[in-house]
Design a protein around this ligand. Structure first.
Ligand code: ADP
Ligand code: MG
Length: 253
């Protein structure tokens, strides 16, 4: 899959072909092919019911494909269980933040730090310098460096979204998937989130579903427009925006 001869293209991180899922005969995702490069920010847009969230559900193993293939770094994900897919380096953020409201920002990040198991199978849990350092580093990155001791329930909606992104980042996924991350955020929080996503693609790919066109324009390397479970259009924001098919089914409304 990767070639050492071709220097013109970045390597593909995610390789989806012929992906279909059928719910009682209704194909929510219908023969979808999608390729995401390493370090790319890809945004999926499209009308409600287009199948966007279902695509993420399929990648993270929450929903089983009826047919097709999802290869990530050469591994076939459709055969793996959800936790194995996490272990393979795929992190996924859902629409509503799932953070521990009664724990502090520090504790939320600390609890998400990947821990190994020792030879007896017990969880190794240490609040040592390494964990502390990583928690501080991630907290700075998600604009919560001065909120480490705040209980998470005192954070604004936007800050909670960032905390959840941080809880994923601390696990160092190679593919980060986000479903409508800026919904409910203020304009300045959206700008900060765009900057955050741009910074984290140094080491990973990001797959984002979003409706906010300004935000999409700010972050997307490429945009995939989904409609009725299929790719309607794909390319730069510029190109997709001026595609009459996209204007008709999505942007025109
Ligand atoms: P989007 O995120 O683009 O708005 P979804 O992926 O949530 O769309 O849904 C696509 C279609 O698939 C919708 O018609 C939805 O009702 C249907 N769907 C999604 N998940 C299921 C499911 N588990 N069972 C049955 N239908 C589903
Ligand atoms: Mg959705």
């Amino acid at each position: 899959m990767t070639t050492t001869h071709n220097h013109k293209h970045k390597e593909m991180a995610l390789y989806i072909e012929g992906l279909t899922v059928s719910f009682d005969g209704f194909k929510a995702v219908n023969d979808l092919s999608l390729y995401v490069e390493e370090q790319e920010i890809r945004v999926i847009i499209g009308p409600n019911g287009a199948g966007k969230t279902t695509v993420l559900d399929l990648i993270c193993g929450r929903t089983k494909a009826t047919s097709g293939s999802i290869k990530f770094k050469g591994k076939e994900l459709t055969r793996l269980k959800e936790h194995e897919i996490v272990h393979a380096g795929v992190g996924r953020k859902f629409q509503n933040p799932s953070i521990y409201e009664d724990l502090t920002v520090f504790e939320n990040l600390e609890i998400s730090y990947p821990r190994g198991r020792n030879v007896w199978g017990a969880l190794i849990f240490r609040r040592d310098d390494e964990v502390r350092k990583k928690v501080h580093e991630i907290a700075e990155m998600i604009f919560l460096g001065d909120k480490l001791d705040s209980p998470a329930d005192l954070l604004s909606h936007g800050q909670k979204q960032w905390l959840e992104i941080g809880m994923l980042l601390i696990q160092d996924p190679e593919l980060l998937m986000l479903d409508e991350p800026v919904a409910g955020m203020s304009v300045s929080e959206r700008k900060q989130t765009a900057a955050l996503l741009q910074r984290i693609t140094k080491d990973r790919s990001v797959l984002v579903i979003e409706h906010d066109m300004q935000f999409v324009e700010d972050i997307a390397d490429r945009v995939t427009v989904l409609h009725q479970g299929k790719v309607l259009s794909e390319g730069s924001m510029e190109r997709v925006k001026s595609d009459p098919k996209v204007v008709e089914v999505y942007l025109g409304h």
